[in-house]
Ligand binder design. Structure first.
Ligand code: UDP
Length: 194
C-alpha cells in the first residue's frame, strides 16, 4: 500500500470507500489492525511528543483526517485522494457490520452518551452484535476492559476517548488481542448519540 509521508507521519494513499473495503478484508482475514485518523494537530503532536510518534509508528494505517493534510500532500507534490475521517469510517464500518452481522465493542464517552449510542446502533443496525461496552471515564490501570475485549473477540472496537488517550489505550493494549480492527473515533459517539 502506497504512503505519503508528511512530517514523519506515513499517510495511507487511499480514498474513504476503498479504506473501508480494506478494513473489511482484514476483518475477514482475522488480521489485527490499528487505525489512527490523523488531522494536522496530530501531525504537530507527533512531532512534539515522542510518545505520540510511537503510537503512529505502531498503527497499521494512518489516514488523512482533515482537509489540511490533503492540501499539504498536494503542495508537496504527492496528492492524497481525499479525507478519510474517523467519523465517516465508523459510519461506513457500521453499515458493513450490519450487512455481515459483525461483532463490535464500544469504548469511550460519558455513560449517558454511550448508552444513547448503543440504543441508536441497536435501532438502526439490527444485525450488529454489540458484544460489550465501557464508558470512557475509567481508572487507567484497569485491565478488565482489555480482558473483556480479548474474550469477546469483536470484529471492530471503536475507541472514543479523545486524542491522545484513544491512541495510547489502543497502543498499550493491542498486544493482548489476536484479531479485530481498533480505531480511535474521537467525538463520534457524541454525534451518534445526538
Ligand atoms: N472522553 C472519554 N474519556 C476521557 C476524555 C474524553 O471518554 O477521559 C470522550 C469524550 O466524552 C468524548 C470523546 O472522548 O466523547 C472525544 O473527546 P474530545 O472531544 O475531547 O476529543 P477530540 O475530539 O479532541 O479527540
Amino acid at each position: 500500500m502506497k504512503h505519503i509521508t508528511i512530517m514523519g507521519v506515513p499517510f495511507i494513499d487511499i480514498n474513504q470507500r476503498d479504506f473501508v473495503s480494506l478494513l473489511e478484508e482484514r476483518i475477514i482475514q482475522h488480521e489485527k489492525t490499528f487505525v489512527i485518523t490523523a488531522n494536522p494537530e496530530i501531525v504537530m503532536k507527533a512531532n512534539e511528543e515522542p510518545d505520540f510518534m510511537n503510537y503512529i509508528q505502531q498503527a497499521t494505517y494512518v489516514t488523512a483526517d482533515g482537509i489540511g493534510i490533503v492540501k499539504a500532500a498536494k503542495m508537496l507534490g504527492n496528492p492524497l485522494p481525499e479525507r478519510v475521517t474517523g467519523y465517516d469510517t465508523m459510519m461506513q464500518l457500521l453499515d458493513v457490520a450490519n450487512e455481515k452481522g459483525y461483532k463490535i465493542f464500544l469504548l469511550g464517552a460519558h455513560p449517558d452518551t454511550l448508552h444513547k449510542t448503543i440504543e441508536t446502533i441497536e435501532k438502526n443496525y439490527p444485525n450488529i452484535h454489540i458484544v460489550g461496552s465501557n464508558d470512557g471515564y475509567f481508572d487507567w490501570d484497569r485491565n478488565d476492559i482489555a480482558e473483556r475485549i480479548s474474550t469477546a473477540k469483536p470484529d471492530i472496537t471503536f475507541v472514543a476517548l479523545g486524542v491522545p488517550r484513544q491512541e495510547k489505550w489502543i497502543s498499550e493494549n493491542i498486544a493482548q488481542f489476536d484479531r479485530g480492527v481498533f480505531i480511535g473515533v474521537g467525538g463520534s459517539f457524541d454525534v451518534i448519540a445526538g
